[in-house]
Structures are given as structure tokens and as C-alpha cells.
Design a protein around this ligand. Structure first.
Ligand SMILES: NC(=O)c1ccc[n+]([C@@H]2O[C@H](COP(=O)([O-])OP(=O)(O)OC[C@H]3O[C@@H](n4cnc5c(N)ncnc54)[C@H](O)[C@@H]3O)[C@@H](O)[C@H]2O)c1
Length: 340
């Protein structure tokens, strides 16, 4: 099979690319390698992928319609003709969308439209669009009972951030293209993905770095936040099923929660890092931040039923694997080893 994976230098894109390459598939990875976070990490992920002869990387600005059209052109270098297109490229991050909304319009709306146009003409068998749990908004503001899981049937018209608004708009764009041009599109609403090679703007990496350095960690909403942390390999399992057409009923649009189905307090994340690093954290309790939501909780019954999706990784195990990777990647010494 031949896949186009956008955002291939990113956290989830690189992990999915590696899974597909390791089973013998062909992957064209496209990414603009922007500097929202340290591009060195993106290059390091790409270096691993470059070890596979069936991987081809295109540094491409997807917000540029001509550059994106070239990726789909059978007469150009990548050869087009993809069996699947997995669109993971995006401007991620909830808080950054308050200061830099245009980056989200360019990367999450214009770029996605350009990719959809490529799919319209190239007609891949399947398209997967990375959506987000953030589309569910803040439960306090939409009046649903706190602690209820988020289901695909929930009303999602009250995004709490501009990031969430663009992710939801992307689902609507996909829905219209699926209906108009006979595409088979699945949107995946990811819930706080973590693991080795993870993003430096997310809590796990920031907390690990701070605890290791003996610096205080900011716990917003006084640490009373719950997140449905989902390990990267479990997310890739779900994506692989979609790439393989599991649950497909032909052209049309469908959406799935890909989460762990087991929200954990941020405090448990901190404890898992303390355990893995062998060093206590200094907690700095702070108020809630604008655009943030108090909890996320995936109802994964649809993905279980239709995809056979079954997350397997416990938070303690996933965090331990992350910390091992982080110590190796950064080359810092583990505190317990230093003390020995
Ligand atoms: N990681 C999570 O917890 C999480 C949760 C919900 C949704 N998502 C979504 O999953 C997808 C992948 O997330 P990730 O964590 O791997 O993020 P990431 O930032 O690591 O990867 C995204 C990649 O897209 C590239 N990119 C951005 N704009 C581009 C453009 N205009 N042209 C070309 N490339 C561009 C970036 O350079 C980056 O490498 C995103 O769509 C994100 O919104 C992630």
C-alpha cells in the first residue's frame, strides 16, 4: 500500500509512518518542519524514518495550493496515486491559538482544504483526518454533567478555543467533501496523546524537564484537571485499523474517539514521572487558564465496536517508557543514577 502522511515529522505522524514502513508499506511523508517547537526533534524523527528505503520525505507547505497539488500529481516526484491519505499536519496547541490564530487558519483550514482538493482529484481509497477531543469543549460551559464521558453523538458546537474551532471546522469540511466527491473519510478525535518522541509543548515533557531540573511545575486549576491520557502505540493501533479500512462502509464521513477511556488526575501524571525519574516534584498550584477545559473523558465504545480498538497501556508504564526515551534523547543523566 502507498500512503501520504502529512505531518510526518510530527509526533503522531512519525510514529504512524514507522508502523506502516515496518510492515513493508510505502510512505510519502510531507511536513513544513515549522518551528512551533524545536525542529531538531522533527529532524531526529525523520532520521529514523529515513532508514526505511520505502520512505520518501517532501518538505512541503500544505497551505500553498500548488505545493500540495504537486504531492498528488502522478507526473511529479512522489507519483501521487495514494491508497490512503492520513492528514496529521496541523498547528496544534490550545493556548498558542489565543496569540497566533492565523497560524491555525493557515495550517488547519487552508492546508486541509488543499489536501482535500488533492483527494478529490486523486481519489484515494481512504482518508483519515486528525481531529481532537477539544471539539467537545468545556463541559461546564455547555451544561452537561461533569464526569460524563464524551461521545461522538454529543453536541459539539461550543468550542472553548480557536484551535478546537478549527478542528471542528475541519471535520465539517471533510464531511462535505466526502458527500460531494465520494470520499471515504474517518475523523479521529485524539485524547491527550503521550509517549516517546512526544511534543515539547505538552505537559508530560515540560513536567519531566522541570522535575529533573529541580524546578517547580505549574499545576493549573490547582491540579484538579483530569485528562484521558492515551499512549502513542494505542493511537497508532487505531490509525492502522482505519488505514486498513476496518469499519469502512465505503464513501461517507464517520468520526471516532481514540482515547484511553479512563481519565486520570494530573497529579497521577506527576506521580508517574516522579517514580520514573526517582525524584520528587515541586508543585506550583495555579488558577485555570483561558481556553482550557477541566477534564476530558473518551467514550470509546464506538471505536471498540466498529474498529476493535482496545487501548492497552497503563499510565505508569507509558510514562516510564517516555522518561527512558527522554533521558536517552536529551543525554541528561537520570537523577538516581547520578546519586549512585
Ligand atoms: N498529540 C495530541 O495529544 C493530539 C491531540 C488531539 C489532536 N491532535 C492532532 O493530531 C495531529 C498530530 O499531532 P502531533 O501531536 O503529532 O503534532 P505535531 O505538531 O508534532 O505534528 C504536526 C506536524 O505538522 C506539521 N505542519 C503544521 N502545519 C503545516 C503546514 N501548513 N504544512 C506542512 N506541515 C505542517 C508540523 O511541522 C508538525 O511536524 C494534529 O492534527 C493535532 O491537531 C494531537
Amino acid at each position: 500500500m502507498k500512503h501520504l502522511i502529512t505531518g510526518a515529522a510530527g509526533f503522531i505522524g512519525a510514529a504512524l509512518s514507522e508502523r506502516l514502513l515496518s510492515r513493508g508499506d510505502e510512505v510519502v511523508g510531507a511536513d513544513n518542519i515549522n518551528d512551533y517547537y524545536d525542529p531538531a526533534l522533527k529532524h531526529a524523527r525523520l532520521e529514523r524514518l529515513a532508514a526505511y528505503p520505502a520512505f520518501r520525505f517532501e518538505r512541503s507547505e500544505l497551505a500553498d495550493p500548488h505545493a500540495t497539488a504537486e504531492l498528488f500529481d502522478p507526473a511529479k516526484g512522489c507519483g501521487g496515486n495514494y491508497d490512503t491519505v492520513v492528514h496529521l499536519a496541523a498547528q496544534a496547541g490550545v493556548r498558542y491559538s489565543i496569540d497566533e490564530p492565523h497560524a491555525y487558519a493557515d495550517s488547519n483550514l487552508t492546508a486541509w482544504l488543499n489536501v482535500l482538493q488533492g483527494c478529490r482529484h486523486g481519489q484515494p481509497e481512504r482518508v483519515v483526518y486528525a481531529s481532537s477531543s477539544s471539539v467537545y469543549g468545556s463541559r461546564d460551559t455547555i451544561g452537561a454533567g461533569a464526569g460524563e464521558p464524551f461521545a461522538e453523538t454529543d453536541c459539539v458546537t461550543r468550542p472553548a478555543s480557536f484551535y478546537a474551532a478549527t478542528k471542528m471546522a475541519g471535520e465539517l469540511m471533510a464531511h462535505s467533501y466526502a458527500d460531494l466527491f465520494g470520499l471515504d473519510v474517518a475523523a479521529t478525535r485524539f485524547f491527550t496523546v503521550y509517549g516517546p518522541w512526544g511534543r515539547p509543548d505538552m505537559a508530560l515533557l515540560k513536567f519531566t524537564q522541570a522535575i529533573h531540573a529541580g524546578e517547580p511545575i505549574p499545576l493549573f486549576n490547582a491540579g484538579k484537571m483530569h485528562r484521558d491520557f492515551t499512549y502513542i502505540d494505542d493511537i497508532v493501533d487505531g490509525l492502522e485499523k482505519l488505514v486498513d479500512g476496518v469499519g469502512s462502509q465505503g464513501p461517507g464521513f464517520r468520526e471516532y474517539n481514540l482515547g484511553n477511556g479512563d481519565p486520570m488526575p494530573l497529579g497521577d501524571l506527576v506521580s508517574a514521572i516522579e517514580k520514573a525519574l526517582g525524584k520528587p516534584a515541586k508543585r506550583n498550584l495555579l488558577p485555570m487558564q483561558a481556553g482550557d477545559v477541566p477534564y476530558t473523558y473518551a467514550d470509546i465504545s464506538k471505536a471498540r465496536r466498529e474498529l476493535g480498538f482496545e487501548p492497552k497501556t497503563l499510565l505508569d508504564d507509558g510514562v516510564a517508557r517516555f522518561v527512558d526515551w527522554w533521558l536517552g534523547y536529551t543525554g541528561v543523566s537520570a537523577p538516581q543514577r547520578r546519586a549512585a
